[in-house]
Write a protein that binds this ligand. Structure first.
Ligand code: HEC
Ligand code: HEC
Ligand code: HEC
Ligand code: HEC
Length: 133
């Protein structure tokens, strides 16, 4: 009786331990769910639903993380794109604006051509920058 009781209580504990262990392992490569991009700018941070973009629109990692050979190679854009343009590398702001806006524009055109209505496709400043007018 004593043994079964101990087992009864320790099984969920083991399961929880296992789960948190796999979460830690996965966290190394799994993309973040939501990323707050930029904080210091006068327009305020831009909330980017990373996982939702990938899942809902079946996007390959390399759509945005250009030049990667495996998904594990994906890293922050800010690793290369800095505040100012450096030689051929566009600034962080220009790189992200181009990446985000070009795709939203393209989807808008494609949807219009197919007669599909998308929920929300940010193209105006205030759609992405919460503090912008
Ligand atoms: C599709 C989303 C999106 C739209 C639309 C957009 N931006 Fe941005 N913008 C971003 C992201 C992402 C960054 C990079 C993160 C950061 O630095 O805030 C950024 C950065 C910036 C920055 C540099 C950082 C700062 O906050 O000062 C400025 C200035 C800026 N945007 C202005 C604008 C203006 C003006 C418009 C409208 C003409 C606009 N943006 C439209 C997503 C967007
Ligand atoms: C729609 C564009 C887009 C897609 C698709 C995308 N990402 Fe990202 N990812 C970003 C942006 C933007 C950032 C933030 C980079 C920054 O702030 O410099 C980011 C950040 C990351 C980071 C760094 C997070 C950190 O801690 O700084 C990792 C890792 C990552 N992505 C992995 C992935 C993987 C793996 C996939 C595919 C399953 C993927 N991404 C798909 C746009 C994208
Ligand atoms: C390993 C460094 C590196 C990382 C990480 C990186 N970039 Fe770049 N990116 C570059 C360089 C270098 C260029 C300029 C040469 C080129 O076009 O390949 C560039 C160019 C660009 C351009 C302009 C392309 C054009 O046709 O004008 C965009 C947009 C861009 N990057 C977006 C991103 C985004 C978004 C991320 C993160 C999800 C990211 N980059 C991560 C190095 C990087
Ligand atoms: C390759 C295509 C693609 C790229 C790149 C992309 N998006 Fe989007 N995004 C979409 C589509 C498609 C939707 C429309 C979603 C819907 O209709 O449900 C969307 C919707 C959104 C929305 C509104 C819905 C929500 O999540 O609240 C925001 C905000 C947004 N994107 C921000 C960004 C930012 C910031 C970037 C750049 C870091 C970015 N997106 C890059 C395709 C893209």
């Amino acid at each position: 009786m004593k043994l079964t009781l101990t087992m009864f209580f320790s099984l969920p504990l083991l399961a929880a331990l296992f789960l948190s262990y796999t979460t830690i392992l996965m966290a190394k490569t799994a993309p973040k769910d939501v990323i707050e991009l930029g904080t210091a700018g006068k327009n305020g941070p831009v909330t980017f639903k990373h996982s939702e973009h990938i899942a809902k629109h079946k996007l390959a990692c390399s759509t945005c993380h250009h030049g990667i050979k495996t998904d594990e190679e994906a890293k922050a854009c800010s690793a290369c794109h800095k505040t100012e343009k450096v030689e051929k590398t566009p600034s962080y702001k220009d790189a992200l604006h181009k990446n985000c806006k070009d795709c939203h524009k393209k989807y808008k055109e494609d949807a219009a051509a197919k007669g599909v209505k998308l929920d929300a496709l940010p193209t105006l400043c205030k759609h992405c920058h919460k503090k912008a007018k």
